[in-house]
Design a protein around this ligand. Structure first.
Ligand SMILES: NC(=O)c1ccc[n+]([C@@H]2O[C@H](COP(=O)([O-])OP(=O)(O)OC[C@H]3O[C@@H](n4cnc5c(N)ncnc54)[C@H](O)[C@@H]3O)[C@@H](O)[C@H]2O)c1
Ligand SMILES: O=c1ccn([C@@H]2O[C@H](COP(=O)(O)OP(=O)(O)O[C@H]3O[C@H](CO)[C@@H](O)[C@H](O)[C@H]3O)[C@@H](O)[C@H]2O)c(=O)[nH]1
Length: 340
């Protein structure tokens, strides 16, 4: 298949680009490199630097099709930041998706995969049939995109796979890619930075109604998440799909820190910090729908899965202490060149 991947220079996108290439697909990445890294885009993928908030630039890239599928990862993705900059989040995520959908409809794209989120839900163990009720502007922006996809299907026959990820974590098991957000806000890479001598981890909230008082999350290995996209693409041959992608197992923030200590052999320097606005106490997936529909499942389960996440994230960090390095913002421009 010829696949267009928006946000393919970012964390989840770049791992999915690798999985698509491994499966023999032809991949083009569209990314503005605002949070992503050109070095995260494999040389076998074509690359267009473009801003999805610019409709003309988006159309220019879409016109280089035809595309068998579009996978939309690009977006702003931090729950906490969205509580501080709600309009920025709602506008940016909404506009990117609307421009992309319009340009896709114009060139007749029939398969669309969306990175959606567990942040659609207020918390707890989330059943596949649960009604979305976002507790942050970030979650709200994704719900708007999900609803827009229903119109794209109804009016343009564009089938969609809406993948509601829980917490993506870990690094490529073959060491080809990893997580490098700047600044890093996610628990596991932040804790690993602290282990490596960076800033002490600030642990947000120890007064939640959970067994040890810290928040509980469902971590899914980024390679398993990438594989879920390939499974969803196959399923789209038949019909649209909305599903959770998680492990079904919750770990508290304190359990994550003790796993990091065991796997790395080092203490995580941390201090208490107030709750972070927008954080639900607990978010765990019932993720059976994708498994039932496609046979997809994570490589490991339970504690072994978290160990695998920490082991691969730690291996990548040790091999790349500065992540993707200092060069970003597209000083290198490859195939496709600068657009928009
Ligand atoms: N990381 C997680 O745990 C998680 C969980 C649930 C959902 N998601 C969703 O998955 C997607 C990817 O998340 P991630 O962690 O890889 O984020 P990321 O920041 O690493 O990747 C996002 C990519 O989108 C690009 N981008 C941003 N704005 C753009 C624009 N205007 N035009 C073109 N490209 C643009 C960035 O440069 C970056 O490469 C996001 O949509 C996010 O909401 C992530
Ligand atoms: O320095 C830090 C970073 C995080 N946390 C805590 O760790 C937990 C997990 O936080 P984080 O890793 O930032 O992930 P989430 O806020 O759960 O959000 C991720 O997972 C969501 C799905 O569950 C996605 O929608 C988001 O895009 C993605 O960023 C939360 O309790 C945070 O308060 C800290 O205590 N200190």
């Amino acid at each position: 298949m010829r696949c267009l991947v928006t946000g393919g220079a970012g964390y989840v996108g770049s791992h999915t680009v690798l999985a698509l290439l491994d499966a023999g697909h032809d991949v083009t990445v569209l990314d503005d490199l605002s949070t992503g890294h050109l070095r995260a885009v494999p040389a076998q993928a074509a690359f267009h630097r473009a801003d999805l908030q610019d409709l003309a630039a988006t159309r220019t890239v879409l016109a280089t099709g035809p595309w068998d599928a579009v996978l939309h990862f690009a977006g702003l993705s931090e729950v906490g930041t969205s509580m501080k900059r709600p309009y920025h989040y709602l506008r940016a995520n909404g506009l990117m998706a609307l421009n992309l959908l319009e340009a896709c409809a114009e060139v007749g794209v029939k398969r669309f995969v969306l990175s959606s989120t567990a942040a659609l839900f207020p918390g707890g163990v989330v059943g596949e049939g649960a009604t979305p009720a976002p507790h942050s502007p970030y979650g709200e922006s994704k719900l708007f995109i999900e609803r827009s996809l229903k119109w794209a299907e109804r009016l343009h026959g564009m089938r969609h796979a809406i993948l509601r990820y829980f917490n993506a974590a870990g690094a490529d098991r073959q060491g080809r890619a990893g997580e490098d957000h700047r600044p890093e806000t996610h628990l596991i890479p932040r804790a690993l930075e602290a282990v490596m001598g960076g800033r002490r981890l600030r642990l947000h909230g120890l007064d939640y109604p959970t067994p040890d008082g810290s928040c509980v999350r469902d971590y899914i290995h980024v390679n398993d998440l990438a594989a879920a996209h390939l499974a969803a693409l196959d399923f789209l041959e038949e019909r649209s799909l909305t599903c959770h992608v998680g492990s079904g197992h919750g770990f508290s923030n304190l359990q994550v820190l003790s796993t990091i200590k065991r796997v790395t052999g080092r203490e995580v320097p941390w201090e208490r910090a107030p709750r972070r606005a927008g954080d639900p106490p607990s978010l765990v997936a019932d993720a059976r729908r994708l498994q039932a529909a496609t046979g997809w499942r994570p490589l490991h389960t339970g504690q072994a899965a978290l160990d695998d996440i920490v082991r691969t994230a730690w291996a990548w960090r040790q091999a790349h202490p500065h992540g993707y390095g200092m060069e970003r913002s597209g000083q290198l421009v490859r195939l496709g060149g600068e657009l928009g």
